[in-house]
Design a protein around this ligand. Structure first.
Ligand code: 9PG
Length: 789
């Protein structure tokens, strides 16, 4: 199916089987609707905010001008675009005296939406200040229309959150959105130019979704993130939406006569259901920005959540040894914050690392593992040599003094400055720093507090904005680290990071506690280190996995509940067994990194069992269930063998009734269901199954296997996948002997349960093997034996 391009005196339209795009010429108005005409919008405009600079934390200042008449049109049936072959319409549009826009719309044959590019030209005689560009400006006036099926009161707006730790939530209209308190906290958790959210004004960074849960809705998001920060704003009152806008803040110098500035490219799509919107956008943004997504996730160990800044070389050594004894497939051992003399002086070791980092990196690599190191490359303590010797490298505020990027009481002096990566000295320093770390043996870098690299401020290169500076800095680190390095972003501005990282932290820090209300209250958003805060983002941002990077849900904490040991502040745990299990199962279904952060020798056999079952990671991206609450409460991963893993959690404080609806998960025929956490089969006739009440903070994890009348592994206790990863083949011969081939890296011991055709009972066996096993199991003569070939 191709794209149909039509043009008449008053409009031009592009259509495929899924969407219809119409651009009215007098005045310039855009409509994108699905094939039925029931989902989408009409009457959207494009515009700009001019004759002012963008101001931190404020609405875009200046004069708002919107496109009026479309002048020249150029239509092309097939062109190459960053998203593939597409039809394209280009238009020149009058904006205001001395300013002109050019607009491009691209639609591919099977795209569920359109890509929009906007460029502003200064056609006047003098330089002009441009505060921002507005590639999508929908206002509920005149003939403008938002078409969204369902009950308008049930609409939700996905607020994605600026950086890794910022909350991502599906907001109800009328709800008061949370916002960080005060300037310094906003600097950390929100993007510099997006306005402060309040009742009636929702803000989402980079991308968003709008619609009623489980119904079709809109997917909106910036596809490119090369230079400018972009966000979406929704204004509403008394249940009515009156404005929905996509904006980019344009930093840097005034636009010279004859010069042009482009907005970041925007995606405007229709998602059915609206829960698919985030994945729809992310898939395209990842493609546009060339996201280097590895084929396989990593598993490993991290020092932070057990040792904090007091980590010592011996702590790492001991756990490295314990990992060897475990025989589980791990890839990386990562040293976190605490090894450095000061933030900025990354190559000068702290007292706990008397021999420096090189011997430790060597020991880790001698085990065949990646050696991982944390660092916050854009931060510098005022006490560091780096800041003292290179004042000119620091990002400055409007007053010309080095800006305070952050206040973290865990560090000596607490106050941190940010580096300006547009300074050539910083750029080459970052490159040589990464080169030296690689030379020490580190090939996995957890780059943290990255928001500091994209802050608003006065830079050495006045033409570069925060995003350009940030991307230059990360590029310098990657150049220095060389090929094969694995970069994990953390505390990172998500949009600006697309295309730069193998993996990305997508939520707040975990902690060995469920909530952290005191921290959340001080900060104003749910960003305090706590299992619940981390998990909410895992459920909200699950669709980013494999599309933008590997998601990092943060670490598994498998230690038993216990008070902290005296003098070891992060050693205990307040998590109960159900909470540990919910955290572990959610990390598994996330499909990305699986990193444990316990003292391994302190784990109980239960904890060790969980760790073995989490590794290797599942790899696949789950689908999220309906966003009925602040975040979806279920994830579902489909495997190539036709089976699925379905996780339902209760992140709330009241028991909730749980129901399994196989149809909603895409199963239509007969089904057998294995309860992974209880290691037993559940009765399921194929229809909905009531699963009783789910206690607060608890989880159900089920494996769904289509019953196709042949012998199959229904469940195992070898891995959370419960058979989906480890079953290579099952064959049943007429004599009633089942041949089962299992393959799973590591030392394994556990149970397998075989479902046999026409036989309600399971055949169970205890198995133990390293890496692979071929098992012959006498299961008796069965009704419809299969002939093994
Ligand atoms: C090391 C830690 C761990 C952790 C990171 C990050 O706002 N704050 O003061 C703040 C402090 C620490 C923090 C996040 C915020 O955690 O996510 O995994 O590496 O740094 O310091």
């Amino acid at each position: 199916m191709a794209v149909t391009l039509r043009r008449d005196d008053s409009s031009v339209s592009l259509a495929n089987e899924r969407v219809r795009v119409r651009l009215d010429l007098v005045p310039c108005r855009l409509a994108v609707l699905d094939a039925s005409g029931e989902v989408g919008f009409a009457g959207a405009r494009v515009g700009a905010c001019v004759d002012a600079r963008p101001q931190p934390d404020a609405e875009l200042a200046g004069t708002r001008v919107v496109a009026s008449l479309v002048r020249d049109l150029a239509c092309e049936d097939e062109v190459d675009t960053p998203l593939g072959r597409a039809a394209r319409v280009r238009a020149r549009v009058a904006l205001a005296a001395g300013l002109e826009l050019s607009l491009a719309l691209e639609l591919g044959s099977d795209w569920p939406g359109v890509a929009l590019a906007l460029e502003l030209a200064n056609t006047g005689p003098s330089p002009r200040e441009i505060a921002g560009l507005e590639p999508f400006l929908w206002r509920g006036d005149g003939s403008a229309r938002l078409a969204l099926p369902g009950d308008p009161r049930a609409l939700r707006f996905l607020a994605l959150g600026h950086q890794s730790w910022s909350p991502a939530r599906w907001l109800r209209l009328g709800e008061r959105p949370s916002a960080p308190r005060g300037k310094l906290l906003r600097r950390c958790y929100a993007s510099p130019y997006a306005p402060r959210p309040r009742r009636g004004r929702f803000v989402s960074e980079s991308a968003s979704a709008l619609g009623e849960p489980e119904r079709a809705g809109l997917a909106l998001g910036f596809l490119s993130h090369s230079r400018w920060l972009g966000w979406l704003e929704l204004l509403h009152e008394a249940g009515r939406i009156h404005e929905l806008v996509a904006r980019c803040a344009i930093e840097g110098e005034p636009l010279a006569p004859g010069a042009t500035v482009a907005s970041e490219r925007l995606w405007l799509g229709i998602a059915a259901p609206v829960e698919e919107a985030l994945g729809q956008w992310a898939e395209r943004a990842g493609r546009e920005m060339g996201a280097p997504v590895p084929a396989r996730p990593l598993g490993g160990w991290c020092s932070w959540y057990r040792f904090g800044t007091r980590v010592r070389a011996d702590d790492v050594r001991r756990n490295l040894r314990a990992l060897r004894g475990l025989g589980a497939p791990v890839d990386v051992v990562q040293i976190d914050d605490g090894f450095q003399a000061a933030n900025g002086d990354w190559l000068a070791p702290a007292a706990g690392f008397p021999d420096g980092l090189a011997p430790l990196a060597r020991e880790i690599r001698a085990e065949g593992l990646r050696a991982g190191l944390w660092l916050a490359p854009f931060l510098a303590s005022p006490r560091s040599r780096l800041a003292r010797e290179h004042l000119e490298w620091l990002l400055r505020g409007a007053d010309g003094r080095p800006l305070t990027a952050l206040w973290n009481p865990a560090w000596p002096g607490a106050r941190m400055h940010a580096l300006d990566a547009t300074h050539p000295g910083v750029e080459s320093w970052l490159e040589s720093l990464a080169r030296e770390l690689r030379a020490l043996g580190f090939d996995y870098l957890k780059l943290d507090f990255l928001f500091a690299g994209a802050l608003a401020g006065a830079r050495h290169d006045p033409r570069a904005g925060g995003v350009a500076a940030y991307r230059r800095g990360i590029a310098a680190l990657r150049r220095g680290a060389g090929p094969g390095v694995f970069l994990l972003g953390c505390g990172a501005p998500l949009g600006a990071s697309i295309g730069l990282f193998e993996a990305m932290r997508i939520g707040a820090d975990v902690a060995a506690r469920w909530t952290n209300r005191a921290f959340d209250a001080v900060v104003g958003v749910e960003a305090g280190p706590a299992a619940r805060n981390a998990l909410r983002n895992v459920f909200a941002r699950a669709p980013l996995h494999q599309r933008l990077w590997l998601n990092d849900p943060d670490c598994a904490l498998l230690r038993p509940s216990a008070p902290s040991a005296p003098g070891a502040p992060m050693s205990g745990s307040k998590l109960g067994p159900a909470e540990v299990q919910t955290l572990a199962a959610s990390i598994a279904l996330c499909g990305g990194l699986v990193i444990v952060s316990d003292e391994l020798d302190e784990l109980t056999p239960d904890g060790v069992g969980w760790l073995r079952r989490l590794l290797p990671g599942l790899r696949l991206a789950p689908r999220t269930g309906p966003a009925r609450g602040p975040v979806p409460d279920s994830l579902c991963t489909r495997f190539d063998d036709g089976s699925a893993l379905w996780l339902r959690v209760n992140l709330g404080e009241k028991p909730e009734p749980v129901e399994l609806d196989p149809r909603a998960l895409g199963f239509s025929g007969p089904l057998r269901v294995w309860d992974v956490l209880e290691a037993r089969e559940l009765a399921c006739a194929g229809g909905r199954v009531a699963l009783g009440q789910l206690a607060p903070h608890a989880a159900r994890l089920l494996r769904l296997v289509p019953d196709e009348g042949r012998a199959r592994v229904l469940g195992t206790t070898l891995h959370v996948a419960a058979g989906a990863l480890e079953t290579e083949s099952v064959a049943l011969d007429p004599a009633g002997v089942a041949r089962v081939r299992l393959r799973l890296p590591g030392s394994r011991a556990g149970e397998i349960a075989l479902a046999l055709p026409g036989e309600p009972r399971l055949a169970r066996a205890h198995v133990s093997f390293d890496d692979a096993l071929e098992l012959r199991l006498r299961v008796g003569v069965v009704d419809r034996p299969e002939i093994a070939d």
